[in-house]
Design a protein around this ligand. Structure first.
Ligand SMILES: Cc1ncc(COP(=O)(O)O)c(C=O)c1O
Length: 381
């Protein structure tokens, strides 16, 4: 019989040893890509320890609130974020969408930054599914002033959309991994609340902010009506995110999750990865931030790179070039040919993201590669 592994889909070392009812997962055999992959922190592979935790998960029926591992994960994340309750979601995108659906009614307006994930991607779910228009603020790194936000709130008239929801990203993804300070967050939150808006925090990389500043995630999230963290980014899980808020909020968000087809069954297998990550991978986020700094130091010593923000504060680097004739798409292609994967994100910017599967040595190698590619391209410019 042709096994899946002999067709090259699934290396035999991952096959289940049914006789022993165990999974044979030798150290470091998880398949790393054949490049240093800085494309995104979503590119991590579950570690052997994580896979083992998943294999051993106690499971039930999540849709009936009966999967103990998922319940444990939700409780743990809610506690971490200082919220009353949490709900496990298949993705961060569904966290944003379920929160928007819960907080708003069709015809409302949501205020966020023009480079936020909600506005730039997510297939316009806020508009398509929640019937909400989006007012996108222009700010340099996804961090706007309270007054700028207040100025965007519509007057309560018969004709205007109702401004009912504020959303911020901590850290800001496409804006270069910038971190909102606590006073900045509190200022926009208080201003929004005083105008009757609900406050939502897209905390896909909130724990990267905590790793960088030492400020507890619960302090960043205090007073926000909803907040979530992604498990499938720096934490290294294959899938999942946890959306948190009050008990009432989570009850409503759960119903939206179900309507959207996000209710699961034996989700404990996935939740176990999240629990494992919260125990074993949080410390690594500091190393990711440090590795981003080391790439920045190497590249910024040359005058070929223009960083924006001028220095990374978390695990995301965003830069363009001087001379401006160096094309970001061409740069990314040449880097890939040299074994380093980065992402051209528009506006002639490159985004490079450090994560669990990039060691300090690989970060340095990647920086040297990017430097020599830029030097070669500059010579031809
Ligand atoms: C800031 C931010 N929000 C939301 C998302 C969506 O998360 P997911 O990929 O888990 O749907 C991402 C993913 O990159 C993100 O960076």
């Amino acid at each position: 019989m042709v096994s899946r592994s002999s067709r090259g889909i699934f290396p035999s070392r991952y096959l289940i040893n049914r006789a022993a009812n165990t999974i044979n997962i030798p150290e470091r055999t998880y398949m790393k890509p054949h490049c240093i992959d800085l494309y995104s922190d979503t590119q991590t592979r579950p570690t052997p320890g994580m896979r083992a935790a998943m294999a051993q998960a106690v499971v039930g029926d999540e849709q009936s609130d009966d999967d103990p591992t998922t319940l444990q994960l939700c409780e743990k994340v809610a506690h971490l974020l200082g919220q009353e309750a949490g709900v496990f979601m298949p993705s961060g995108t569904m966290c944003n969408l379920a929160a928007i659906l819960t907080h708003t009614r069709p015809g409302d307006e949501l205020i966020c930054d023009h480079q936020s994930h909600i506005y730039c991607t997510e297939a316009a779910g806020a508009s398509a599914l929640a019937g909400v228009s989006v007012w996108a603020l222009q700010s340099p790194h996804g961090i706007f002033e309270a007054q700028q936000m207040v100025d965007a709130i519509r007057p309560r008239t018969r004709t205007a959309p109702r401004s009912t929801l504020l959303s911020v990203e901590q850290t800001t993804n496409f804006s270069g991994g910038a971190i909102w300070s606590l006073p900045q967050l509190q200022a926009v939150r208080d201003a929004a609340r005083s105008h009757g808006l609900k406050c939502h925090m897209d905390g896909a990389r909130l724990l990267n902010a905590t790793a960088a500043t030492g400020i507890a995630a619960a302090d960043y999230a205090a007073g926000w009506d909803s907040v979530w963290i992604d498990l499938s980014k720096g934490l290294g899980c294959p899938v999942g995110a946890v959306l948190c808020g009050s008990v009432d909020f989570v009850r409503e968000a759960w119903q939206w999750k179900y309507r959207l087809g996000g209710a699961m069954r034996q989700s404990g297998v996935l939740a176990a990865a999240g629990l494992y990550a919260l125990e074993h991978h949080i410390e690594q986020l500091k190393a990711d931030n440090t590795n981003a700094q080391s790439i920045w130091r190497t590249l910024s010593a040359s005058n070929l790179f223009r960083f924006d923000p001028v220095q990374p504060s978390s695990n995301i680097l965003r830069f363009t070039f001087d001379p401006a004739s160096i094309d970001a798409e061409a740069f990314a292609k040449r880097c890939l040919a040299e074994g380093v994967r980065v992402r051209a994100i528009g506006g002639n910017f490159i985004r490079a993201t450090t994560h669990l599967d990039v060691t300090a040595q690989e970060a340095e190698t990647a920086a040297q590669t990017m430097l020599s590619v830029a030097q070669a391209m500059a010579r031809r410019a």
